[in-house]
Design a protein around this ligand. Structure first.
Ligand SMILES: CC(C)(COP(=O)(O)OP(=O)(O)OC[C@H]1O[C@@H](n2cnc3c(N)ncnc32)[C@H](O[C@H]2O[C@H](COP(=O)(O)OP(=O)(O)OP(=O)(O)O)[C@@H](O)[C@H]2O)[C@@H]1O)[C@@H](O)C(=O)NCCC(=O)NCCS
Ligand code: ADE
Length: 277
């Protein structure tokens, strides 16, 4: 059978491929502190790598539909925002069916969903377009007392919504620059990705960590991640020792940086948009 050439595969298909690739690469990256990876389930009793993969794959039709909706509506506006909200909620249901009710990728549906739609709409201004979409109020969005909403009330933390509304500062100002820097220093691709994750963790108000381990957990995550980078990053022996210490400390606190993991996937997605689409 003849192999399909790149231009014969639709833009929506290619963007969905990239979003799912980013999720699988994030899940596989090891050793991530207290997160699910190739070594094990980190601080999660209900997650494992196979479930993360299955969840990522279950989201492919949702990402494709989001990109198609962006192409169909053709501009940022409430009709597109509300279509993305509906598609995202259906995607979340598909994820929960696949995982038998475990929340694997709620934050990723939000971040990568917006970025996928934005990449279809404005490939040269992806995070800005995603931010404009995130600022629009979806009238049909339910308002449950989510973990993020609870810690926002308790600690005044900025969560996933604000991260998107601000144009993903953790990705654009922390993760991506560190990814490029570590690559330039020949850290190796896996270490460069670990360093990008750590850079995101240095400053993020990760509502998963706050919900599970309060401000003690958040400080441990931010300072521990900075200590790895200060020691030379995950490609160095001193950095690896700090990374091991961070893993142990977060596990002891039951603090899983799931929000940072989603933003690493967003970082890998944006990084790949520079290649041929
Ligand atoms: C607007 C939403 C983003 C909802 O936001 P909100 O903060 O109200 O809701 P949460 O349910 O808390 O989900 C936000 C998820 O985003 C990730 N995250 C956390 N902090 C940040 C941050 N600072 N920046 C960016 N992203 C962040 C995180 O996702 C990961 O963690 C998930 C596991 O979390 P949790 O369920 O709390 O897990 P456990 O602690 O393990 O719980 P137990 O099992 O122990 O009880 C994991 O999935 C990762 O993905 C946050 O969870 C938007 O999501 C929304 O409106 N959703 C509603 C449905 C919808 O309309 N969707 C369509 C959107 S277009
Ligand atoms: N690798 C991972 N481990 C735990 N929670 C996550 N949420 C997104 N990616 C995750």
């Amino acid at each position: 059978m003849r192999a399909l050439k790149l231009h014969e595969i639709s833009l929506a298909d290619r963007l969905a491929d990239r979003a799912v690739d980013a999720l699988i690469d994030e899940a596989d990256l090891s050793p991530k502190p207290a997160l699910v990876d190739r070594r094990g389930n980190g601080a999660h009793s209900d997650l494992h790598l196979g479930l993360m993969h299955a969840s990522a794959l279950s989201l492919w039709p949702m990402f494709k539909e989001m990109a198609e909706a962006a192409l169909e509506f053709g501009e940022v506006g409430l009709p597109l925002r509300e279509a993305l909200g509906r598609i995202g909620r259906e995607g979340e249901q598909a994820m929960l069916t696949t995982t038998h009710g475990v929340n694997t990728h709620r934050g990723a549906i939000w971040a990568l969903g917006l970025l996928t739609a934005a990449a279809a709409l404005e490939p040269r201004a992806v995070t800005l377009t995603a931010a404009k979409l995130a600022l629009l109020n979806d009238r049909y969005a339910p308002q449950p007392l989510s973990h993020g909403a609870q810690v926002a009330q308790r600690y005044g933390a900025r969560g996933a919504r604000e991260e998107a509304q601000l144009g993903f500062p953790s990705v654009m100002q922390r993760g991506l620059p560190q990814l490029h820097k570590s690559r330039e220093q020949n850290a190796g691709e896996q270490n460069a990705r670990l360093d990008a994750l750590l850079a995101i963790m240095t400053d993020l108000a990760d509502t998963c960590v706050l919900y599970r381990a309060g401000t003690e957990g958040l400080h441990a995550m931010q300072h521990g991640a900075q200590a790895v980078l200060d020691a030379g990053g995950s490609a160095t022996l001193a950095g690896r020792r700090q990374l091991h210490a961070l893993d142990q400390q977060l596990l002891a606190l039951n603090a899983s940086p799931g929000g940072a993991a989603d933003l690493l996937a967003a970082c890998l997605f944006i990084d790949r948009l520079d290649g041929a689409l």
